[in-house]
Design a protein around this ligand. Structure first.
Ligand code: FAD
Length: 466
């Protein structure tokens, strides 16, 4: 719903913004604004203006004014989102939360921390580690993304197999709603069943319900140590059988990632790889964590669980220093993929865990059907596969085939009882497909909820579920 919103800022609007955001708090220079109009989805649109609040008071005044004037606002943190959630594709003022980046409290007795939304995820994790505490969510963008963006997208990560995704670690959200209303959802307790769970509603709301100003996050005791195994397999099926063998041996790994044959090939183009290049069709990377004295035994258990599926080779890392080179190979898949095409459609579908093998087989078959490079990799342990479709956008035929390929991937995913997005959110790239997954009744309930939070539809318009 963008119909009742203004379509541009007037001189009076700009005068208001200059007053509320003095000096560098307001950006209107197109060159400076351009960076705030793009995110990692590779989509972009020019904002009408960018504001950089230093605190909640400015956000309250902004949301009062914008609601009265019907000016659209697009909350934004670090712009690493993969679905265009922070792109002002339907116009509006970008509200950058980067200047609100203080860690307000870390409490080792409460196992809780309070932060502003602009804190960089990896910096927060490093800080709590100094207190022997652990914040598990680890999106691969951890060194760049913010906690506010992570909560707004309910970011996942490699450790989700054992520790779950961001929503498991959000105890409370303080947010400003259109009209300047402040809502305190949840709190500092690890259990809370008073009223409806607004904290969960905010988590994954992608900037459509309110602008977060403070987050209360749950922490765990820091595991003493960890260990990693990388195993190469002669077929994807052997690799998936290996993964099943690990679960069946009663092991719950911290992370369980896989790379298909094209992903392995692409990585080998930019880095010396340890696996045999001519016979490897899939790679499995597993991590376990726990007490220091048990790690060597855990590694042996992992090896025994993998053995029946016939790995070509196994590499071990005990402790972060030895593990890092193995995980570095997994992280390289994203940049390496561009050896297969200059543009990509990056999907993050998820299927029920038991359907992963069927799904990956199907995605690869779809790639062959449309004569397009489809690379599958990712979070095998929780059924969330990254399906990257590579093509050249300058070639209309390739571009059309890539879209058909993506739609076929979506259809297959849904037919297996899956979801179009396991962690990136729908934003603008998947927005048009939401009705493929959600029925009319579900969408109507969601639209009703949106209307309670944002009756005039000023927050992140066009990124909903209709
Ligand atoms: C290399 C790479 C790897 C990635 N790996 C993963 C991964 O493993 N798992 C995963 O889940 N994602 C991953 N992502 C996607 C991305 O990093 C996450 O979606 C992340 O949570 C976005 O955080 P951000 O700070 O960049 O938010 P932005 O991109 O700035 O914003 C994302 C959304 O949050 C909203 N938002 C931002 N701040 C606020 C606020 N204060 N209040 C309300 N709404 C707000 C925005 O409107 C937008 O809808 C990856 C991205 C890259 C580039």
């Amino acid at each position: 719903m963008t119909g009742n919103l203004v379509s541009a800022l007037t001189p009076a609007h700009l005068r208001f913004l200059e007053g509320l955001f003095p000096g560098e708090g307001l950006v209107t220079d197109p060159a400076a604004m351009a960076v705030y109009g793009a995110d990692s989805s590779r989509r972009s649109a020019m904002p009408w203006a960018v504001v950089r609040p230093k605190g909640e008071e400015q956000i309250v005044e902004l949301l009062k004014w914008a609601d009265a004037e019907r000016v659209p606002l697009v909350p934004r943190s670090r712009g690493t989102g993969m679905s265009g959630g922070a792109v002002p594709a339907f116009g509006g003022i970008v509200v950058s939360c980067l200047w609100m980046n203080r860690v307000l409290d870390v409490d080792a007795d409460d196992f809780a921390a309070e932060v502003e939304p602009g804190v960089v995820t990896a910096e927060f994790q490093a800080l709590v580690q100094k207190h022997r505490l652990f914040y598990p969510p680890d999106p691969a963008s951890i060194k760049m993304s913010s906690l506010g963006g992570n909560v707004a997208t309910c970011a996942g990560g490699m450790r989700a197999v054992k520790y779950g995704v961001t929503r498991e670690y959000v105890l409370g959200v303080r947010a400003v709603l259109p009209g300047g209303r402040i809502v305190n959802a949840g709190g500092r307790t690890h259990k809370n069943v008073v009223g409806l769970d607004l904290t969960r509603l905010f988590t994954g709301s992608c900037g459509t319900l309110g602008v977060f100003t403070k987050l209360t996050l749950k922490l765990l005791p820091l595991p003493e140590s960890s260990a990693t195994v990388l195993a190469a397999f002669p077929s994807l099926h052997d690799c998936l059988a290996g993964a099943r063998g690990v679960f069946r041996a009663g092991i719950l790994p911290t992370a369980m990632e896989f790379l298909d044959a094209k992903a392995c090939w692409a990585i080998s183009q930019i880095r010396e790889v340890p696996w045999p290049k001519d016979t490897t069709q899939a790679v499995l990377v597993l991590k376990v964590d726990g007490g220091r004295e048990t790690m060597a035994a855990e590694l042996s258990r992992l090896e025994r669980a993998l053995a029946p599926s016939g790995p070509l080779c196994l590499f071990q890392g005990l402790g972060p220093e030895e593990e890092e080179p193995l995980w570095e190979l997994r992280r390289l898949v994203s940049p390496a993929g561009f050896h297969l095409g200059v543009d990509k459609l990056g999907e993050d579908v998820a299927v029920p865990r038991g359907k992963t093998a069927q799904a990956v087989d199907g995605f690869q078959a779809i790639g062959r059907e449309f004569d397009t490079h489809v690379v599958c990799y990712g979070h095998l342990g929780d059924g969330n596969t990254h399906v990257n479709i590579f093509y050249d956008a300058k070639d209309p035929d390739q571009a059309a085939r890539a879209v058909k390929c993506k739609e076929a991937v979506f259809r297959l995913t849904l037919s297996l009882g899956g979801t179009l997005s396991g962690e990136h959110g729908t934003g603008i790239t998947k927005g048009p497909y939401v009705s493929w997954q959600l029925g009319e009744n579900e969408r109507a309930v969601m639209a009703g909820i949106k209307n309670v939070f944002d009756p005039n539809g000023i927050l992140n318009p066009g990124k909903g579920w209709s």
